[in-house]
Design a protein around this ligand. Sequence first.
Ligand SMILES: [Zn+2]
Length: 238
Amino acid sequence: MEDSRKDILEQVRRLMPARTLDLLARPLSRVEARVVAERQAYALLRGLGITKPSVDIELVAELPEIEVVVVPGLASSGYSQWNPRKRQWLVQINADDSLWRCRSSLAHEMKHILDDPFREALYPGWRRDDAAGSAEAEALCDYFAGCVLVPRPWLEQAWRAGMRARTALASVFDVSEALIGVRLRQVGLERVRPASRKWRGDSRTAYRRSGVAIRRAGVGLRQAATSPVGALCPGGAL
Ligand SMILES: [Zn+2]
């Protein structure tokens, strides 16, 4: 394990079709990016020797290129930054978040780290000095985190075995029920419910609440934007 561990990130990175993108002179489409992310998620699990839930994502902290610290009062859920002196990625996780959010944030940050060498090709409009991040990158890193923590084959296996309650599934995968809900829809085991009158009302309330949250987060983002590199990851309800 010790010798092979140092190559895991490189092996997972190789799944990014960088030369093809270079030839085509375009970024990945959203669908293509998700396919690559899912392949990378399973390659990371194989590399770490994880064969069943719950996924021990904390093993990434043992990779030689990764240092993980848990910090109270962080302005975001997670943050990753290359430390050239140590030649390591420093991953900061917000200690104030729930443990399920922390696990999700750690997996999310791994995708930022995997994609960093390809950032200009994948996100042409996202400048290196823009600490606020890119909405597309954030969504893709969230998707990757879901694939890592709740892999499609294992979720389908549990579903076929008759496990349908989100509480039970969340317990098996050691994630939030909200993430289980997202993954059930993403793998097609649950359909997206059509908007009802009540849902639209709830949605307006949620929208107003999220507006407040975004304005509050904006203060933190502006303060942290003085940081020279890295990406602040606001996180969600997962
Ligand atoms: Zn992020």
